[in-house]
Design a protein around this ligand. Structure first.
Ligand SMILES: [Zn+2]
Length: 346
């Protein structure tokens, strides 16, 4: 009950913000300032092993034109359609990661961390070449992708960003987990988790994604699992590239196998928020709405997007004016705020 009231209150708060006077055109602001579809200034390359397949891959994020969106290209496949759009209706299997597949059956797995990095850095257009079936897991977070993207810098394409504005609440539920989208004038992510593992327990966090918050607060939080799940996953051909402490945190009761220690005391819930941002980035444009995940995973967030697009009147596409543009996650990034790789709290 408490949670329900809280959500309604927050929704009303966001509703009020949504209808505040539009401040897009004030003295001294150019008509061009809101035209900020971005791409990268130059290509950036990442190499590493896939968490689930254990296969090595080289991934290159290349600049692309306005309106291109984010598209993967499998360079190890010579024939047929090797382009895989990073869109919600191309998601096939979502048990432990997000896998995209095109009409020819060509797929790319574990796209969520690079998608979160692109969304968090405000990159709207890119062609991502990859010579294997799975995105490299790197350190298990989005931090290396963010460092690479911000190191190269972004290039403005003089075209307004087409955002997806949530107009009315949409909720999906499965096995006691829920995922909800509420109207809000910016992207906010709220997440709640509850694990039996003492070292995780109950964790909750709410984040306003404006002003580079993703880079500061979420991008270095690593993927995690429970020790009891590791053997189970590997018996099912998953997590073959997982190395506790190197690219994943493993929780075992009150024990934490993470090599360097935790980067945040609530690193697991922050990683779930990172995953949510990556999965929401498959909407096909930045979301203006409030996401609330309660023990949700990749599958449920994808089901939520499907529900959003299937529900009449639940969303609309809108070209961002200056005020909307200022609230997008990629605005206000500061390179010095990328977390240092050695940061740890425990
Ligand atoms: Zn993840």
């Amino acid at each position: 009950m408490f949670q329900t009231v809280t959500k309604i209150e927050l929704w009303l708060f966001c509703e009020i913000l949504t209808y505040l006077p539009n401040t897009a055109h004030v003295a001294g602001q150019s008509d061009q300032e809101h035209k900020v579809q971005n791409t990268l200034k130059a290509s950036v390359t990442f190499e590493g092993v896939g968490l689930h397949s254990g296969q090595s891959a080289r991934l290159v994020i290349n600049p692309a034109a306005a309106g291109h969106g984010i598209v993967f290209k499998r360079t190890d496949i010579a024939l047929g359609n090797t382009l895989v759009p990073a869109l919600w209706d191309h998601v096939e299997r979502t048990a432990l990661c997000t896998r995209l597949v095109n009409s020819a059956g060509v797929s790319v797995s574990t796209v969520e961390h690079v998608m979160a990095a692109l969304a968090g850095c405000g990159v709207h257009n890119a062609l991502i070449e990859i010579d294997g079936p799975e995105v490299p897991i790197l350190d298990g977070s989005s931090a290396e992708f963010v460092r690479g993207i911000m190191g190269q810098g972004t290039h403005r394409l003089a075209t307004p960003v087409s955002a997806i504005q949530v107009l009315k609440p949409v909720t999906v539920e499965k096995d006691g987990a829920t995922a909800t989208l509420l109207p809000c004038d910016r992207l906010m992510i709220e997440f709640h988790i509850d694990f039996d593992e003492q070292a995780i327990g109950r964790q909750s966090r709410i984040l306003d994604l404006r002003n580079g918050a993703f880079v500061r607060e979420l991008c270095d939080s690593r993927t995690f699992c429970r020790r009891v799940d590791v053997e189970n996953m590997q018996a099912n051909g998953l997590a073959l590239g997982g190395v506790p402490g190197e690219n994943a945190i493993v929780f075992d009761g009150s024990r934490v196998e993470s090599g360097e220690g935790l980067r945040h005391s609530d690193e697991p819930v922050r990683h779930k928020m990172l995953d949510a941002l990556g999965d929401l980035a498959l909407a096909g444009g930045p979301l203006l709405g409030r996401y609330v995940g309660d023990r949700a995973g990749h599958a449920l967030t994808n089901t939520l997007l499907r529900e959003l697009f299937a529900t009449p009147g639940a969303m609309r596409r809108v070209d961002c004016d200056l005020a909307m543009t200022a609230r997008l996650p990629g605005q206000g990034l500061v390179r010095s705020e990328i977390p240092h790789p050695s940061r740890r709290v425990a």
